[in-house]
Design a protein around this ligand. Structure first.
Ligand SMILES: [Zn+2]
Length: 303
C-alpha cells in the first residue's frame, strides 16, 4: 500500500499547490472560480491525510474499497488540474501580434475604462503598454496611487506601464509637454492601436489627454477612445470588445486601487452593469465600448 499512498499524497499535494499558484488564472478563466478552488482545497485536505493513512497502514487493515474510491477521486482531480495547466499554456498564438498603447490621465482610468479589453489582449498574446499621465495627487496620496497603478497593470498582466507626473486636474495647461511624452512613446513602441480618453468626457484632464494623444498620434492609423465614468451622454461607441470572460479580471484590477475604493463608480456592481449595457449594444454578454477616431483594418486585426 505504501506506493499507492505515496502516489496519491503526491498527486493531491501537486494539485493543491497548483490550485494555489494558479488561483489568479482560475479566477479569470473558470466560470465559478471560488467553487473550483474551494473543491480542490477541500478535496486535498480530506484526501492527503487519507492517502497518508493508506501509505502507513498495515496492508491487512486497509479496506479494499477505500483504495478504489481514493484512487478514483485522485484521477479525477489530477485530470482536472492537468486540464487547467494545459489551458494555461495554450498552443494558440494570435495570427499577428498587435502592439496596443493605452493612455490614461489618472492611475485608475485604464482599469475602469478598458481593463477587460487590456486583460484580454494581453492574454491573447498581444503586446500591451500603458501610460498614466499623473499620479493623481489631487484625488488621493500620489505615492500610494502610483503603486496601485503598477499593481493594476500587474493584475491585468500587461507588458508594462509608465506613470508620469503631470499635474492632476491641471493637465489642460500642460498639453504641449504631454504631446512630447506621448510622441516619444509612439516612436519607441510603434503601436498598431492607441487607446485613450474620449472628447466626450467632462473631466478636464481626460479631455486634455485626448487632445494630446490625438496630436501625438497624428501619424497613427488606429485610435480608439474608451469610456470613463465621467463620459458625457454624447459618448457613442461603435467598436466593442467582448469581455465576457474578463469581467472578473477587470473588477479584480479595479479593486487594486484601494485608495479610491470609496468612489461609487469603483463598485463591482457598477462595473458589471456597465459591461452588460455595452454588451447588449454589441449583442454579447459583456463588452467595453470605444469611439473610433479612425481604424485601419490591418491595424486592428483580430483584436
Ligand atoms: Zn481620470
Amino acid at each position: 500500500m505504501l506506493w499507492l499512498g505515496i502516489v496519491l499524497t503526491s498527486a493531491f499535494g501537486i494539485l493543491l499547490i497548483g490550485a494555489i499558484f494558479q488561483a489568479g488564472w482560475i479566477q479569470r478563466h473558470i466560470k465559478h472560480p471560488r467553487t473550483v478552488v474551494g473543491l480542490i482545497v477541500l478535496g486535498s485536505i480530506v484526501a492527503i491525510p487519507a492517502s497518508l493513512a493508506i501509505a502507513l497502514a498495515d496492508p491487512e487493515h486497509v479496506l479494499p474499497w477505500a483504495q478504489y474510491v481514493i484512487g478514483g477521486v485522485a484521477i479525477v482531480f489530477v485530470g482536472l488540474i492537468s486540464m487547467v495547466f494545459m489551458l494555461r499554456h495554450p498552443n494558440l498564438a494570435p495570427s499577428k501580434v498587435r502592439r496596443v498603447l493605452a493612455i490614461g490621465a489618472h492611475p485608475d482610468d485604464l482599469e475602469l475604462a478598458c481593463g477587460g479589453s487590456l486583460a484580454r489582449f494581453a492574454d491573447e498574446g498581444h503586446e500591451v503598454m500603458a501610460i498614466v499621465m499623473s499620479q493623481g495627487d489631487n484625488g488621493g496620496d500620489g505615492d500610494i496611487r502610483r503603486r496601485e497603478a503598477l499593481a493594476g497593470a500587474e493584475s491585468l498582466e500587461i507588458a508594462g506601464i509608465s506613470v508620469q507626473d503631470f499635474t492632476d486636474t491641471a493637465m489642460s495647461t500642460e498639453i504641449d509637454r504631454m504631446v512630447k511624452v506621448i510622441e516619444l512613446a509612439v516612436d519607441l513602441f510603434r503601436p498598431d492601436v492607441i487607446l485613450t480618453h474620449s472628447a466626450h468626457d467632462q473631466h478636464q484632464d481626460h479631455h486634455a489627454v485626448h487632445l494630446a494623444t490625438m496630436r501625438a498620434g497624428r501619424r497613427s492609423s488606429t485610435i480608439l477612445c474608451f469610456e470613463s465614468p465621467s463620459a458625457t451622454k454624447e459618448f457613442a461607441p461603435s467598436y466593442f470588445v467582448d469581455i465576457s470572460s474578463y469581467v472578473d479580471a477587470k473588477v479584480a484590477a479595479v479593486k487594486r486601487h484601494k485608495n479610491q475604493s470609496g468612489k461609487p463608480y469603483m463598485g463591482a456592481e457598477v462595473l458589471r452593469g456597465a459591461a452588460v449595457f455595452r454588451g447588449s449594444q454589441a449583442r454579447t454578454e459583456h463588452a467595453e465600448g470605444f469611439e473610433v477616431m479612425r481604424a485601419l483594418s490591418s491595424g486592428v486585426g483580430d483584436l
